[in-house]
Design a protein around this ligand. Sequence first.
Ligand SMILES: [Zn+2]
Length: 246
Amino acid sequence: MQSVSQFKIIGCGNSESLRHFNNNALLCCTSGNLLIDCGHTAKLALHEQGYGWADIDAVYITHVHGDHVFGLERLAFESRFKLNTRPKLFLEPELENELWEQTLKGSLGNINGKSQVLADYFDVQFIQDHKFSFGGHHIHSIPVDHAPDKSAFGILIDNYLFYSGDTKAIPEVVNELNFEIGFHDASVAEISPVHAHFESLKSSYSVATCKKLYLMSYEDDWRLAAKDIDGTFAGLAEQGQVVTLP
Ligand SMILES: [Zn+2]
């Protein structure tokens, strides 16, 4: 295990991507690994980076869409019945009903005729005041603006690394944040009503802020717009990309 903490991109594609996996990440610390979102491609994407479910000590969920939570069923079943573990689940309280009652319960809610609850699979840690700690890092959970009437969050780690999760441009939030390196939702080929297009980031954020941002959650045909991205942003996030935390 490395002696410093690293933030790794496990996948950086949009929900339709066949090439870049779901937009998920991993915070690797000396004391364990925190998976940030667990989409339907998470098991394979983690495997490609040399990780299995046994390496996942905790999970944080940004919001309840399939490319961010559908991998939780595998993690839950395999942790419980193969690994005999119960990973921590850092959860914003307002996501609980949507995640369990409306999403996971149909698959995980009954074992041999006995009703199950989320805590049978995960050591649920409800996040208080949008703050929690992992591996000695202070993490802020930041409400973002994704789909209408749907709660979604990004995170800020140690006032150093910002990870937006799925969101449209949120200048009132991002321009006020103190961070050195960011990863921001950005479609590059298509305009989406629930994701930021990179042009909207250019027009919403300062030049200095854009230069700190790697774009993520992009489409497979991002090369169509590659020339328009060059120079404005830090670049496009890539699967396997590592940021060493101070
Ligand atoms: Zn989403």
